[in-house]
Design a protein around this ligand. Structure first.
Ligand SMILES: Cc1cc2nc3c(=O)[nH]c(=O)nc-3n(C[C@H](O)[C@H](O)[C@H](O)COP(=O)(O)OP(=O)(O)OC[C@H]3O[C@@H](n4cnc5c(N)ncnc54)[C@H](O)[C@@H]3O)c2cc1C
Length: 394
């Protein structure tokens, strides 16, 4: 991918499996070892070659990574925390991943050797005591040397601090540098840099480590350790979960939207595009050309001089994928492109490219979504041949 990076002048590198990867303004992204397989190979992104398994003698030492999942997946920041553990782990060290929520991702590809999935502790339910107890149970079961977590504002950062306070563990927060012996973070409001040997708990800042690994872990799935502490907290009732509010996608700031459909110069049916956005419940984005043409307001522009978005799904209709646009979607998880031109640069970034007319695709998608909604909303009519108990036609 040929993107120009925005540089933090104090951290012009990320820690990758191949060592420090320097970011240089204006340069194409340097490929690390994990990319090597795709260089020169035709469209390798859709068919990645298998990676070797990391050499690890099981059981001698363990690192525990803890993170919440979102609808079965870890976000990029959480993946970076797992990768950090896998990068620094030596051949005697296993990476154990505790996922609070479901995990449908391939745990081995994330770099984890063992994974414990705890669906009952998924993020929508606010249950910090139970989550702290779950970490305690895993610490008792696996006796990890250290715990790594993403230092985010969506639960993990808070949880790591709670655990450290409760377990009287040493902790480093906002860690931006890490190697097998030391961690580093900014201190004094960013005026100085502090390093120390590994504490018990490490909360990692985003973008400090590359989540791309040239190897995979063992990915062995284990049941949560059954100590009963978590269930005990379930009954304590110290917190009342008041649920979550559903917001209309159009009300969500583009930077926060999880599902975005974006229109470029190849979209001529703007009304059809907006109808599709409403049908899908997606937020609306646009390329600069589409904004300059007056089809969208400036706050919808995605890219270097617009918004940087990090949606789970970003569908680009009729967008060529100029470098300035790609800069705005570098953190998106799944990019789907609809374009008449198979050679458009967006196709190199996209996980899936549909070589098709944007207008026809939008109309067909809207129809399919509406039909699916009608089927879902249709009442189950009792009558001959209908099994009411099962709720399906016999
Ligand atoms: C300093 C600077 C900053 C910039 N900042 C940004 C920015 O923040 N964001 C941004 O987006 N751009 C930015 N640009 C502009 C950027 O370089 C591109 O010009 C712009 O992104 C192109 O928009 P586009 O892909 O929609 O249009 P085009 O380049 O015209 O591409 C249209 C695409 O649609 C496809 N297409 C045409 N018809 C159809 C159809 N019927 N069905 C399906 N596909 C079709 C074409 O094959 C083509 O790939 C910036 C430029 C500069 C110089």
């Amino acid at each position: 991918m040929n993107t120009v990076k925005r540089i933090d002048p104090r951290r012009p590198f990320v820690i990758a499996a191949s060592g420090l990867r320097r970011i240089t303004l204006g340069e194409a992204r340097t490929a690390d070892a994990s990319d090597a397989l795709s260089i020169g190979a035709p469209r390798a992104a859709h068919a990645p070659a298998p990676k070797p398994k990391r050499v690890c003698e099981a059981g001698k030492r363990r690192l525990l990574v803890v993170a919440h999942s979102d609808r079965g997946a870890l976000d990029e920041h959480a993946r970076q925390a797992v990768a950090a553990a896998a990068i620094v782990a030596d051949t005697q060290t296993e990476v154990v991943l505790l996922v609070l929520g479901e995990l449908t991702d391939d745990a081995a590809a994330l770099g984890a050797d063992k994974v414990v999935e705890w669906p009952a502790l998924a993020r929508p339910a606010f249950a910090p005591d139970r989550a702290v107890a779950a970490i305690g149970d895993c610490v008792a079961a696996f006796a990890p040397a250290h715990i790594l977590m993403p230092d985010n504002a969506t639960g993990d950062g808070d949880l790591g601090r709670r655990y450290a306070a409760q377990a009287k563990a040493s902790i480093a927060t906002h860690v931006v540098e890490i190697d097998a012996q030391h961690v580093g973070c900014y201190a004094n409001g960013g005026r100085s840099f502090a390093t120390r040997t590994w504490p018990d708990v490490i909360l990692l800042d985003p973008e400090a480590v590359s989540a791309k690994l040239p190897f995979v872990g063992a990915g062995e799935r284990l049941a949560p350790p059954a100590s009963g502490t978590v269930t005990e907290f379930a009954q304590s009732g110290r917190y009342a979960d008041r649920g979550t509010n559903q917001l209309d996608a159009a009300q969500v700031a583009l930077e926060e939207a999880d599902f975005i459909i974006s229109a470029g110069n190849g979209v001529t049916d703007i009304a059809g595009f907006e109808t599709l956005a409403r049908a899908l419940g997606a937020a609306v984005g646009a390329s600069r050309v589409a904004v300059d043409n007056g089809h969208f307001t400036r706050d919808k522009q995605v890219g270097a001089t617009g918004k940087t978005v990090n949606a789970s799904v970003y569908i680009a209709f009729g967008i060529s994928g100029a470098v300035q646009h790609l800069q705005g979607i570098k953190d998106c998880r799944h990019v789907i492109a609809v374009n008449l031109d198979a050679a458009a640069p967006i196709a190199k970034r996209a996980n899936l490219t549909l070589i098709a007319d944007a207008q026809a695709t939008m109309a067909a998608l809207t129809q399919a979504v509406e039909q699916a909604k009608q089927v879902r909303a249709a009442p189950i009519v009792a009558g001959a041949g209908t099994n009411l108990r099962e709720g399906v036609a016999a």
